[in-house]
Ligand binder design. Sequence first.
Ligand SMILES: [Zn+2]
Length: 556
Amino acid sequence: MKPLRLLIILCLAIFLFSVPRPVALVKISKGTPGLVGILKAHQIDVIQELKTCFLARAERDEMASLRTYGISVSVLDRDSRGNEYFLVPSLSPARLSAVSAAGNLKPVEPNLYLFWTDQGDPLALLPADVERKPLPRSSILPFLKTYTRPESVPLGLKLNDMIPAIINQVSRANLRAYVQGLQDFQTRYSTTANCEAAGQFILGFFQSLGLEAGFQPFTIGGISTRNVVAEIQGETDPEDIVIICGHYDSTSGEAEVSAPGADDNASGVAAVMEAARILAGYPLDFTVRFIAFSAEEQGLYGSHYHSAVAREGLERIIGVVNLDMISYTEDPSEDLDVIVNDASWWLAERAGLVADAYTGLAVRKIVDASFVYSDHSPFWDEGYPALCGIEDANPNNPYYHTTGDTVDTLNFDFFEDAARTALAALSDLAQPVRVGYPRTPAGLEAESATYASAFTAIKNVNLTWQAVSDAAGYNVYRSTYPHLGHVKISSSPVSTAQFTDRALEAGTSYYYAVTAVWPGGLESNFSRQVESPAETARYEQPESGQEAAPVIWRWR
Ligand SMILES: [Zn+2]
């Protein structure tokens, strides 16, 4: 071969190998048993969970190997490189054609579309009052799990006798004054100076309570805005954090001039402010963080920023109570909708039990990963449990995102009940320290050792915690569900701050908490919960060319 021809072939080969292969944006339908394990085994770059499917970035060979399991994979965009995608809900026919004229619009699920542009800023092309959620850029694969939910197991709550006195302090007059105060800024659209002033108002309020508080500034598309964050440090395990939050920015068809946003979402922020005012007077086992987010209406940017920083700092967030539109109803018997994803199901269960126990407000629990248009959703993407409390999953407020969303349209009977229920749910997680009871044991840790043979695998779980000086002993509790249904497994109180739970099924997750007991039998609050995670199922890939189903090893 002539040297010149060799050189050409060599250059061609280098060129072909160096051209990056297109990575498609795909929809992976749910329904295949063991799907999460298969996605993990193939390290698929999953970026969004929805009700019926996952959205992921995948190359051709990855799609091919998923299809060998019988998984339905469809391409939404052949080449995802450099594109920014937004989830948007279904719109009126007129809006729909306006949005699809501005870019690409593809249906993903009933009532859910994907929007992106080939050129131009997609954020500028979407009308200001259309709900949207940008697709995350980073993988959510590490946080995915298969969850088992009990059908009808009683999952009793540990009641705290401080909570009734706490929630009875919620003042209707205060809620009204906070909403009025926020509405008086005319607009809180996050690019405006008025929004900045509203942030200052909320910060001043937190500071007047004597709380540690500050701004969390961030930038989106050249616009600088800021979240407002305040904290009460926990007395027992301050590194364990419960969040109550709502967005303070607002929007409308004339967003830069007039967006009173009373229901959406001065109402949620007012409930956060009232919770801060009341809890400022109480010692709590765990840290409570109060947040008013900005730039929610642009695309959940404030909560996205906050949750990403939290994940990067390996923060231990027990749960997030996000409030968005909790004050409008025409129906006097309105219930509060509490929406969660699969991973946060226990949080909705607990909110329901809390409402039954403390406020009597009816709670409608909805598990729907496609409910993404509020500040809980970025926490889901970072693997944190979160719920959204809202007057209705399909808001029927006629003033929604209009200049007519004002304080005089709100129903304060419902609003007060919703604020009390949210504060009860928050207090239930943060655990007020009870006077006249033993201190809550701090620093619970779990370590497991697994013993496997060909047929079975078992584990021992070793628990340790910090001793409570005047405790006569400790009770140890275990559940197979997070934060619910704990059963005492120590037949009599153990005398040292250590316990080993033996011969457990290795393929099951166990959740532990301990309490301290006084000689008379009085028992403390639960300690923080620790998990001994299930050993993951093992998958054998089919040999190349074979279409056979995978061999799935489970310890059973
Ligand atoms: Zn909102």
